[in-house]
Design a protein around this ligand. Structure first.
Ligand SMILES: Cc1cc2nc3c(=O)[nH]c(=O)nc-3n(C[C@H](O)[C@H](O)[C@H](O)COP(=O)(O)O)c2cc1C
Length: 330
């Protein structure tokens, strides 16, 4: 049975990759993931604000300290609170490349073109096999239109993709009016693939203290459904690679994401819950499912239920929304 797949032009031994997370801060845990069968790994993100803070400190010839970026950006973590400052990030990337045989993908996280994008080149020089660009942005300015936001994102993608020879993918938010169209625009700007989707961490309210509380909850399989829908819609039109990220916890989830059209699935929460060895369970489950259903190659599975090929395309569309609402009786 052949589980090999191609993602961003990289040849992978199977479709399971480790999504951006703290796992690769430590070469030992990255090695354990490779050992358990991970086909590639994505490092945690290096943030635009981290690089900006470091550059400001250099310009002003001051020591990078907890106070160096206090004004105007005080909601952001202090420079010293970020894990892996920029130079350490590059060193860790080199370490991972020296120790592992699987591809290592660096992650850059920002939304406007700027000095931080030099790091695309630095990632390439440090040996990254690809770059994942996370365009996370929360637009709170009512003057800013969706078109303007997307235009800035496309400019960012174009700057990164044209600065390097290695492939660049884009981790997208689910909140675009027309994700299929935007994916095509992203590919037009030079990206070799998209990751669907970024996961937002919704703050909660504390109604006693009247405070907003940030919180990080790990995902569960219910989050996969949104990814399945958009992978299914996007995959017939996309020329690039597609990664599912968010809510992949069981073998069935892996199979569903591939059927929807994903080239790879990214895993984070499930590995934080069960540890790297859980990859072996998922891979065994995938092999078992393929053999039970008569598939010999992962290419035969990919996209078999996308919008063009599924027996009931209306299930993805407005018709189904109406059917579901009409089905309730009280
Ligand atoms: C502890 C933690 C750290 C993360 N750090 C990053 C990051 O630095 N950059 C990024 O793009 N995503 C980051 N993510 C998001 C994951 O890459 C992934 O998109 C998200 O967890 C959904 O996948 P999952 O359902 O498999 O967890 C992080 C997630 C967790 C839980």
């Amino acid at each position: 049975m052949n589980l090999s797949t191609e993602y961003l032009g990289l040849k992978l031994k199977n479709p399971l990759i480790v999504g951006a997370s703290p796992f690769c801060d430590n070469t030992h845990s990255a090695f354990a993931l490779q050992d358990a069968g991970a086909a590639a790994i994505v490092m945690r993100s290096l943030f635009e604000e981290q690089v900006d803070a470091e550059q400001k400190a250099l310009v002003h010839h001051v020591e990078i300290s907890a106070n160096s970026n206090a004004e105007g950006t005080s909601y952001f973590p202090n420079f010293d609170d970020y894990q892996l400052p920029p130079d350490q990030y590059l060193r860790q990337l080199e370490n991972l490349k020296a120790s592992l045989t699987i591809p290592v993908i660096g992650s850059l996280n920002g939304c406007r073109p700027g000095g931080w994008m030099d790091y695309a080149k630095r990632f390439e020089s440090a040996g990254a096999d690809a770059i994942e660009l996370n365009l996370y942005q929360l637009v709170t300015d009512p003057e800013l239109s969706g078109d303007e936001v997307e235009a800035a994102m496309l400019e960012t993608v174009h700057s990164a993709a044209s600065a390097v020879k290695i492939p660049v993918s884009v981790k997208l938010s689910m909140f675009h009016t027309s994700p299929a169209n935007f994916t095509q625009a992203i590919e037009g700007a030079g990206a070799k693939g998209v990751v669907l989707f970024n996961r937002f961490y919704q703050p909660d309210f504390n109604i006693e203290e009247l405070e907003v509380r940030p919180q990080l909850k790990l995902s569960d399989s219910s989050e996969l459904l949104l990814r399945l829908r958009w992978l299914s819609i996007i995959s017939p039109h996309s020329r690039g690679s597609l990664a599912a990220s968010g809510g992949v916890h069981q073998t069935e989830d892996v199979v569903k994401a591939l059927l929807a059209g994903a080239h790879v699935v990214q895993l984070v929460s499930v590995l934080l819950k069960h540890g790297p060895r859980y990859l072996t369970t998922l891979l065994a489950g995938l092999r078992h499912w393929m053999s039970e259903h008569g598939y010999e190659h992962i290419d035969q599975v990919r996209g078999a239920m996308n919008l063009k090929r599924c027996p009931d395309p209306a299930a993805f569309e407005r018709a189904n929304y109406q059917r579901i609402l009409q089905s309730w009786r009280v």
